[in-house]
Design a protein around this ligand. Sequence first.
Ligand code: GDP
Length: 711
Amino acid sequence: MATDLTKIRNIGICAHIDAGKTTVSERVLYYTGKNYKMGEVHEGTATMDFLQDEQERGITIQSAATTCPWTHQDTEYKINLIDTPGHVDFTIEVERSLRVLDGACAVFDGKEGVEAQSETVWRQADRYRVPRLCFINKMDKLGASFDFSYDTIKTRLGANAIPIQCPMGTGPTFSGIIDLVTMRAFFFEGDKGEIVKEADIPDEYKEYAAGYRKILEEKAGEIDDHLMEKYLSEQPMTIPELKAAIRKGTVSRVCNPVLCGAALRNIGIQALLDAVIDYLPCPLDREEVEGTDPQDKTIKLTRPHNSDAPFSALVFKVVSDTHGDLTYMRVYSGTLTKGTRLLNPVNNKKENASRIFEMHANNRIPLDQVTAGNIVAVVGIKDSYTGDTLCDAEDPIVLERMTFPEPVISMSIEPKTQDDKRKLSEALMTIRREDPSFRFTYDDETQQTIISGMGELHLDIITTKLRRDMRIAVEVGKPKVAYREAITRKVEDVRGLFKKQSGGRGQFGDCVITLEPFTAEQAKEEELDFTESVAWENGTVGGVIPKEFIPSIEYGVRQTALSGVKFGHQLINIKVTLTYGSYHDVDSSQIAFEQAGRIALQEAVERAGPVLLEPIMKVVVTVPNDYLGNITGDISSRRGMIIDTDDRGVVKLVTSEIPLSELFGYTTAIRGMSQGRASATMEFLQYRAMPAGLMKEMLEGGKGEKVVAKK
Ligand code: GDP
C-alpha cells in the first residue's frame, strides 16, 4: 500500500559542531521512540552516533537515516531523520544528505547565535534549496539570549526569520517556551521532560511575547495578502490562518520560522517536532525529481511522486555491515518490492534488492515493499555507491549525480605484517564504498599504498578506523598536498601520430586534437561528461577514423591526463576535441590509436602553457582581539590572503585563503600564538596556479615536496 505522502517528513538537523545537534537528535529519538513504546535510551550515549570514533571525537561523521514515528493532533506521521555531520572537513557528507532531504532544522547555540561554521552549513542548504526551521538551543546557558540569536539569524545569514516561539526566562531562569501562534505557554515536566504542560502565558512574559507576536503577524502579512489586510486593520488572525501562512512561506523558502529551547534540559523538543510536521514540506511539496535518459543525456526526464510511476531511487549512503552492505536510498517514484531486480543505469549493472529495512535508532524493521517518498536501507546491492541511481530496468532514468570534490591531501600507508597487508586492500575498498571523498592508489614506483582525502582530519579518522575498528596495524607517512596540472591557453591542430614498421604487421594510429582550458560549469552547459575533470568531444566527420577506434583515442587521452603530463600530477579542467585523423587498413589497431591519443595530448600540453596548481583552503579563524596581530601576521607568512575581518564582540573572525601546503599543523600553531584561545576551521576552496617562482623552486627540488618534471 502506498504511504500517504502528506504524513512523511524527510528532514535533517544541520548545525555546526557543538551547537547541540547530537543532543537534539538524541532527544528526538527518545520522544519519538517513547511514542511507540519502544526503543531504549542508554544514558549518555547518543543513539545516532553509533560509531565509537564519533563518540570519542564528539563529532558526527556518518550520515545514518532513522525513521521516527510522531503523533501530532491525533494523526500519525513518519519523520525520517537524516543525520548530517557538522564538521567542515566532511562537507561532502552534509551535501549528500542535503540532496535527499526535503527540509531541515538548523540548530544554533543560544549564547553565540550564528557562528562562522553555521554560516557555511546554511549556505550549503541554500544551494540545495532546502526549506529550514531555526532552533535556538541552549537557552538555559548563562548569557544565552533569544533576542541576540534571533538578530544574528537576520543579520549574519540574511534570513527572513519569523519568530514562532519565544522563551520564558533565559539562562538559569529559562523555564519553558511560548508558542506565538496559539499564544500559549508550554512547560516540560517529568524526569525527561516527557510531560508537556500547556498553560496561560504567565503575566511577567505577556508583554515580551506580545512584542514577538507583532513581528510574527507582520511577517505573516508579508506572505499572505489577506493577513496583511488584517494586520493593517488590526483584526485578529486565526490559528489556522497563521499556520497556513507560515507553512506556505517556509515551504517556498520565503521565510524561516524561529523556535527555541534547551535540548539538554529537555525543553522544547516536542514542540520542535510539531513544528516539523506543521511547517516543513512533505515529499509532495517538493518539485518532481529530475534526471536524464541513460542512452541520451540530452533527453531530460522527470518522475512524479507517485507509487505507480516507474521506480527510481538515489543511493546516498553505503554502510558496511556484518550482514552485508546496507545501501541507504531515497525512493523518488514507484514501488520497490523485496526481491526485485533493479538497474543501475550508470554502470549498467543489475542489482537485487533482496531485503528492505526501515531503520530505527536501535533496530530495523523488515518491509515487503517501499513506495515513493520514503527512505530505507536495502541489503543485496553490490555495485552501486553513493550518488548512483537505481531504477526500473524497463524505464531507466539517471537522477542528477552528486558532485564530489577531489581529494586535496594524501599520504602513504604501510601495513606492518603480511597478514595486515592482505586485510588492508579489502578494508580500503570497504571505506571507499562508504565514503566517496576517500581515494586510494598503489604507486608502482615506490611500491606504496597512497590514501587521499579532504583534509588532515579526514585521513586521521580513516587511519584510526583501520587501526581500531578493523584491527589492521599500519604506519602512515607525512601528509602530502595533492597538486594538479592545468593549461593556460587553447591550442589547435595538434597531431598525435603513432607509427611503427618492423617487419610483419605494423602499428598505425593518427589523430588531430584541439586542447583548451575548460570548467565544470562549461561542461554542464554543453552537457559533456566531465569525469576526472576532462571533457571529450568527437568532432570528426565522414569516418576519417573508423568508429571503433575513437574510444581508444579517448582512453589514451584520459589515461595520460590522469597520470599528468608536465609535472607528474593529474591534468585537470581541459576539453579535448578530436578534429581529424587517418588510419591504415591493416596496421591500425586500438592500441595504436590509444598511443596516438597519448602523444597528441602530451604535445598539446607542451604548447598550451602548462602550470602547476595547488589547493587553496578557506580558513576562518576565531581569535580574541588581543591576539589578532599575531594571527594576521602569520597568515601573510603562509602566503595567505585575508578576505574579511569581522567584529564579533570580544573576538574577531578572520576569513582568509591559504595554500594547503602551508597549513600542516595549523590548528596547533595558532593555539600557540594565542595562549590557546584562537580556533580555526578550514575547507577546500579551489585549485589555483602556483606563483612562477615557487613552481620553479619546487621543480628544482628546493622545497620539501618533490615534483618531478617529465620529459
Ligand atoms: P553537536 O556537536 O552539535 O552534536 O553538539 P552536542 O549535542 O554534542 O552538544 C555540544 C555540547 O553542548 C555538549 O556538551 C552538550 O551537553 C551541550 N549542550 C547541548 N544542548 C545543550 C543545551 O540545551 N543547554 C546546554 N547548556 N548545553 C547543551
